[in-house]
Design a protein around this ligand. Structure first.
Ligand SMILES: CC(C)(COP(=O)(O)OP(=O)(O)OC[C@H]1O[C@@H](n2cnc3c(N)ncnc32)[C@H](O)[C@@H]1OP(=O)(O)O)[C@@H](O)C(=O)NCCC(=O)NCCS
Length: 161
């Protein structure tokens, strides 16, 4: 089935909320923050939150949210990525990452960075980032909690083959 990658639309909120709630990875607090960003993204402003939504068979299958790191020139953070748990492992996350990277390369971005946690619950997420060729560029031990590091993954977008 064809996958369409497109901008965020106002009607996407409920489908994205369902995907976030169904993702075991996210706490209630994290879902609330993700929804706040979606609400902000519905009214785009310069240098605000940007979204790529994946649609499959007319239904929302996942999304990625990213934005410029304030005061940086060409450095972006990936804030969120989520795929419908029923559709994991079919290449949708990889396509979302590629779509974000393509948009940023066109804008002349240098870095796409992803902050994540070192706790065991995020092991699958870290494996995904490694598969889509992100490298650990920084780590702060015991950042979120004792034993839970902050790990920053990154990819240079201006030095691609
Ligand atoms: C992480 C996530 C976005 C990946 O999406 P996906 O569509 O399942 O991933 P893909 O099918 O595109 O996989 C891309 C590559 O990553 C690998 N990968 C994906 N999930 C993996 C896992 N759980 N363990 C190991 N490797 C994994 C795939 O094998 C694939 O590698 P390959 O193409 O070289 O074979 C998805 O699992 C998800 O929504 N997780 C919950 C939310 C989350 O953790 N978000 C990140 C924090 S904001």
């Amino acid at each position: 089935m064809d996958l369409i990658l497109r901008d965020l639309r106002t009607g996407d909120r409920s489908a994205l909320e369902r995907i976030l709630l169904a993702s075991a990875a996210f706490s209630a607090e994290e879902v609330a923050v993700a929804l706040e960003l979606i609400d902000l993204g519905e009214e785009p402003v310069a240098d605000g939150y940007r979204f790529v939504v994946a649609e499959r068979g007319g239904a929302v299958a996942g999304y990625a949210c990213y934005g410029l790191v304030p005061l940086s020139d060409g450095c972006y953070d990936l804030y969120w990525i989520a795929v419908d748990p029923g559709l994991h492992g079919r290449g949708i996350g990889r396509r979302l990452m590629a779509a974000v990277e393509e948009r940023l390369v066109r804008q002349g971005a240098r870095w796409l960075l992803i902050e994540t946690a070192g706790k065991p619950e995020y092991e699958a997420t870290r494996a995904f980032y490694a598969r889509v060729r992100y490298q650990e560029v920084a780590r702060i031990p015991d950042f979120y909690r004792l034993g839970d590091d902050k790990i920053v993954y990154g990819k240079r977008l201006d030095r691609r083959p």
